[in-house]
Design a protein around this ligand. Structure first.
Ligand code: GDP
Ligand code: MG
Length: 381
């Protein structure tokens, strides 16, 4: 119960200009240190509350993030992506069991932007994953877009941080393979697992969808069905082709740059990870131990090669940029009167200024040294 209680806090966020987004509801203050402490103690209600605050882009989010960052960075973040029905939730469930047998604490975020609130898929996930409902070292949460700016892609990295800071050894992010989400998951995770099923030329589809580039681990699930071996073969073939192509491009690059005349040595090139291709029957748990082993091996490679630090730095850069751009948009929206976007737009139509000059004027007003940021009391809503 305590995790859900909201108490006034001396350190509660007071500055409206720090709000990420303005929502129509009045903001309640949140006792961030207490909430974080309870989450660290493994209280599911505190975890759930923190993730809700993230999803709601609550005004206390900057304070929450500041409290979590020093505690985070230890979890292995694993993304699982693939078409609907390929077996992501079943695999996640089986993987939880496998990882628990290895003594790991596991947090799961099931991200489904296509199911805003409820819906069959989400309900199905809950039922399947309720295998672990009584295990205090497993926390599972469905996340869905609530229509906020940035939606799931905005909230997911922060929700991952909540689970990471709370001490989960592995954080699994399950996401549907629609549109950009595969690419997004590659950006979110330390290790990206691409799930496929036999038949329907899924391997070819993978190549087309650009999935080959993002997968660290390819898992052909439903291997109890016909065609699994040929899907595995197709994938391995395409991965080799792609590696050869990448190798040739590197060699060309070295010649083109007019640098060393030496042939490219493998030892000289950064150590590369060769994506694994595995087979599973997730519904029976078959092959899942190999997936767990490969995840560990990939993490060891990430750490040893320095790639982990690179990926995380890239992620942090993206997050900073996203937050900064939100801030710029919010401040633009808060401008009123002459010099506001609306006023400048009218001037552009009237021909008294042009869009580039207007944009420069706006930027100068927002970030230029001469002008202060938007007035704290200005509220766009
Ligand atoms: N035959 C078979 N069915 C599976 C396997 N793994 C999952 N399924 C079934 O495939 C359906 C979709 O699985 P689900 O995990 O919900 O897929 P998701 O949409 O990718 O999360 C369910 O009916 C599962 O029981 C498998 O290895 N073999
Ligand atoms: Mg699912």
């Amino acid at each position: 119960m305590a995790a859900g209680r909201v108490t006034p806090s001396s350190s509660a966020c007071r500055r409206p200009e720090d709000h990420h987004l303005s929502t129509s509801r009045p903001h309640r203050e949140v006792d961030v240190p207490a909430l974080v402490e309870q989450a660290r103690a493994g209280r599911p209600r505190a975890l759930a509350r923190l993730i809700s605050l993230v999803e709601d882009a609550h005004p206390a989010l900057p304070e929450i993030t500041a409290a979590l960052v020093p505690l985070a960075g230890r979890a292995h973040v694993v993304g699982i992506t693939g078409s609907p029905g390929v077996g992501k939730s079943t695999s996640t469930n089986a993987l939880i069991r496998e990882l628990r047998s290895r003594g790991r604490r596991v947090g799961v975020l099931a991200v489904d932007p296509s199911s805003p609130f409820t819906g069959g898929a989400l309900l199905g996930d809950r039922i399947r994953m309720s295998d672990h409902a009584l295990d205090p070292d497993v926390f599972i949460r469905s996340m869905a877009s609530r229509g906020h700016l940035g939606g799931v892609s905005w909230a997911t990295p922060q929700a991952i941080r909540v689970l990471d800071a709370a001490g989960f050894d592995v954080v699994i992010v399950e996401t549907v393979g629609v549109g950009q989400s595969e690419v997004e998951i590659a950006g979110l995770a330390d290790t990206s697992v691409v799930l496929l099923a036999p038949g329907m030329g899924d391997g070819i589809q993978a190549a087309k969808a650009g999935i080959l580039e993002i997968g660290d681990l390819f898992v052909v699930n439903k291997a109890d069905r016909d065609g699994a071996d040929s899907t595995v073969r197709d994938l391995r073939h395409m991965i080799s082709l792609q590696e050869r192509q990448a190798h040739d491009e590197r060699a060309d690059g070295e010649h083109g740059s007019g640098g060393s005349d030496e042939p490219p040595h493998e030892a000289a090139a950064p150590r590369r990870w060769r994506p694994r291709v595995l087979k599973t029957v997730a519904s029976a748990g078959t092959g899942v131990a190999d997936v767990a082993v490969s995840l560990d091996e990939h993490l060891a490679w990430l750490t040893g090669s320095g790639t982990l630090a690179q990926r995380r730095t890239r992620r942090a850069a993206h997050e900073i940029e996203t937050i900064a751009l939100h801030g710029v948009r919010r401040r633009l929206a808060a401008l009123t009167g002459g010099g506001s976007v609306a006023a400048l737009a009218t001037e552009v139509v009237a021909g008294s200024t042009d869009p580039y000059a207007a944009a420069e004027a706006l930027l100068a007003r927002l970030v230029g040294p001469a002008s202060p940021p938007a007035h704290p009391d200005a509220d766009p809503s």
